[in-house]
Design a binder for this molecule. Structure first.
Ligand code: G16
Length: 562
């Protein structure tokens, strides 16, 4: 979008502090390739070698966002999370540690697609004028990156972008994504009644470890959890964390090779385990083991175990949500508190059996929203205690200020009630309330299993998942796929949803939907049905349909597609 004459005039006074010469010089160092960018499910994400200009301009957006919010600290995380090693990406973190406000995503997209330096300057004018940004405000930005080798150069591009508007910034180096979210919130709340903690990585470790120790105090320790770190940043960071957890936590870490970057997320990690419904390479399971996988930036976790008959059993984000909701409801009751209600937020990927369990057994309200933590987090804030998890293992629990006030003002009128109150308080500390956090979720699950002395098999007995399958379809142009109804229905391309519905009708307990990914260049197909063979057939039929539709399929048609 180009600046209208009116915008140019009305913002001219404000624009005094954009140094055009410096913008041009710096922007020339980061030329835009012939690619169209979109701020997707979790920011910009694609092949790392296409991202230089995008990250430079993200620096400008971060500075503008901070100035708009009167100098509040904005976070920038350079990561491509679960994607292959050759990809990278960037996402922005708002002051309370939440994802960038939705309306700013369009600005980030527009600025990243400006063709020339003049158009970049024009779009800055548009933002300053339409959003009434006072450029004389300070700008404060903090940033970090995961272990991808491309991260270092992209950090330089970001730093150049930050210079354009003279932002003050701090480089926190290599971090997990949730650590950056934590730091952002701490920096913005330090010395206020909402203080979230010490704004350092050590402060993060201390806060979580102290709360975990309260939660498991006096309980017999479980066997070590076998932890697959996807050869990503979770490995060195969890080892650091162990210095604070000490004897309270037993773990055996596998897939911790961050030196060989090509191994990142390769046949390992939460996404591989969830999608493939099998154990990662490098992890040998016996029926006694309790295993978990992080993803590449440690914001997702899934659990799994092997049954006595050597069947692989997955305990995904839905199972974690059910476990957490059940535990919190019981604790609230045990504390004698009757004015805190719990709600759960899921996406269309949630297994139908998990939704039934939450609604009919736990009797909790369940909302369904579009994919993306930003949507779930927002919805979860509507509950006193909002548990949100995507089936892929991304999620957390948010306590409303009212719920926290109640928990901290209740003492309990018996030793049992006092103990439940203590646990609730510690739980609100061990849980990272800014965003889904694999470290924090690991401690949450381990807390519950330790307090109950449960094996993963006992946890799994809450309900039986309907067989389900996720399929990726490579298409020529994923943007032609448009959805409504929390992504459960396609409205474009015309006719495709009717064709999907006609196939689904033929399957017992059949359910399937199709949506474009916001992080990978694919369309995702989800299917569930009464049995495994029926589920696979349904998924591969719909996969084939999407591939063939309007000749959009790209490359070779996968053999399994029907
Ligand atoms: C990101 C988002 C998640 C989302 C996932 C997949 O996760 O934060 O909310 O579920 O992408 O999204 P899509 O299906 O649109 O590709 P991560 O862990 O990759 O940052």
């Amino acid at each position: 979008m180009l600046l209208s004459e009116q915008n140019r005039t009305s913002s001219s006074v404000n624009m005094a502090s954009v140094n055009v010469l410096s913008l041009n010089t710096l922007s020339d160092l980061h030329p835009k390739p012939d690619t169209t960018f979109t701020y997707g499910t979790a920011g910009f994400r694609m092949k790392a070698d296409l991202l230089d200009s995008v990250i430079f301009r993200t620096g400008i957006i971060a500075a503008l966002r901070s100035k708009k919010l009167g100098g509040k600290v904005i976070g920038v995380m350079i990561t491509a999370s679960h994607n292959p090693a050759a990809d990278n990406g960037v996402k922005l973190v708002d002051p309370m540690g939440e994802m960038l406000e939705g309306s700013w995503e369009a600005h980030a997209t527009a600025l990243s697609n400006a063709q020339t330096n003049e158009q970049v300057l024009d779009y800055i004018h548009v933002m300053v004028s339409s959003l009434k940004i006072d450029l004389t405000n300070p700008a404060n930005v903090v940033y970090g990156r995961d272990t991808r080798p491309s991260g270092e150069a992209l950090v330089s591009a970001l730093e150049d972008g930050l210079k354009v508007l003279g932002a003050q910034s701090t480089d926190y180096g290599i971090l997990t994504t949730p650590q950056l979210h934590y730091l952002t919130r701490c920096l913005n709340t330090v010395n206020t009644p909402e203080s979230y903690g010490e704004p350092t990585v050590e402060g993060y470790y201390k806060k979580l470890a102290a709360a975990y120790k309260v939660l498991v105090e006096g309980k017999p320790k479980l066997s070590p959890v076998i932890l697959d770190c996807a050869n990503g940043v979770g490995a060195p960071k969890f080892k650091e964390f162990m210095n604070f957890l000490g004897d309270s936590f037993a773990v055996k870490i596998v897939n911790d090779d961050i030196e060989n970057s090509s191994k990142l997320n390769l046949n390992s990690g939460a996404d591989f385990v969830k999608t493939g419904q099998r154990a990662p390479v490098g992890l040998k399971m016996t029926p006694q083991d309790r295993c978990a996988s992080f993803d590449g930036d440690a914001d997702r976790i899934v659990y799994y175990y092997m049954d006595e008959d050597n069947t692989f059993k997955l305990l995904d984000g839905d199972k974690i949500a059910g476990l957490a909701a059940m535990f919190i409801i019981d604790l609230v009751k045990a504390a004698g508190i009757d004015n805190i209600s719990v709600g759960v937020v899921q996406t269309a990927y949630a297994n139908g059996a998990s939704t039934q369990y939450l609604r009919n057994t736990l009797n909790v309200p369940v909302s369904c929203v579009s994919t993306g933590v930003k949507h779930l987090h927002h919805e979860a804030l509507k509950y006193d205690v909002g548990v949100y998890f995507e089936a892929n293992g991304h999620g957390t629990v948010v306590f409303s200020p009212t719920a926290l006030k109640t928990i901290y003002s209740t003492e309990g009128s018996s030793p049992a009630q006092a103990s439940a109150v203590r646990s609730l308080r510690a739980l609100s500390e061990v849980i990272n309330q800014t965003v889904g956090d694999a470290f924090s979720d690991l401690l949450l699950v381990e807390t519950i299993l330790t307090q109950r002395q449960w094996t993963p098999k006992i946890w799994d007995q809450a309900y039986s998942d309907l067989p389900n399958r996720l399929v990726k379809v490579v298409v020529k142009e994923r943007s032609i796929f448009k959805t409504v109804d929390a992504e459960r229905k396609l409205v474009e391309p015309a006719g495709l949803q009717d064709a999907i519905d006609a196939i689904v009708l033929k399957f017992r307990d059949g359910r399937s939907f199709v949506r474009p990914s916001g992080t990978e260049d694919v369309v995702r197909v989800y299917a569930e049905a009464a049995t495994r063979p029926e589920t696979d057939e349904l998924a591969f039929r719909i996969g084939g349909l999407v591939f063939d539709f309007n000749s959009n399929g790209s490359g070779t048609r996968p053999r399994e597609f029907i």
